[in-house]
Design a protein around this ligand. Structure first.
Ligand SMILES: [Zn+2]
Length: 165
């Protein structure tokens, strides 16, 4: 094989690799939502959850947002996966410790969809409030409470209000 042919093949190979890379990137971008399926707030790595409401699966910005949605829609909610607030790792929702009623804000409200949120502000209601933070370890939930206040809830307690009406 001539040197020219070799270079040609190498270039072709690189181009194909680049195209595959772009394809994969676009696939990932398409598959991974960036906004909450209910309130369109940006999804945060440590708070995002996967939930099922009325049989429809979506990603939500925080567990509380999904609970609010389920209350408003009068449909039961099921947590499929939640993230540990300390590590952003996916954890089993049934095993997690949820901290609610703390002073910490789960979702950043400022500068996000102010127009859409105006109505909510006027009513002093925020669908993500009080925020629910999930933790894999009880000690970490307790450390969070020592800093921000709040109380530990089990998954049943967190969803209880939503699913018993
Ligand atoms: Zn949301």
């Amino acid at each position: 094989m001539s040197a020219q042919k070799k270079t040609g093949l190498a270039v072709l190979g690189l181009v194909m690799l680049a195209m595959l890379g772009i394809g994969w990137y676009e696939f990932r971008e398409f598959r991974t939502p960036k906004e909450c399926g209910f309130c369109q707030r940006p999804l945060q790595a440590r708070l995002r959850v996967v939930v099922e409401i009325g049989g429809q699966r979506r990603e939500a910005c925080c567990p509380q947002c999904a609970v609010s949605e389920s209350r408003q829609e009068h449909k039961p909610v099921r947590l499929i996966s939640v993230r540990d607030y300390s590590t952003a790792k996916v954890i089993d929702p049934a095993q997690a410790y949820y901290v609610n009623h703390s002073r910490a804000l789960a979702c950043s409200h400022d500068a996000m969809h102010m127009d859409e949120m105006k109505h909510a502000y006027a009513l002093k209601f925020d669908r993500c409030s009080p925020g629910a933070f999930a933790f894999a370890k009880k000690e970490e939930a307790e450390a969070f409470i020592a800093q921000n206040g709040g109380q530990i809830l089990s998954m049943e307690q967190l969803l209880g209000g939503a699913n018993t009406q």
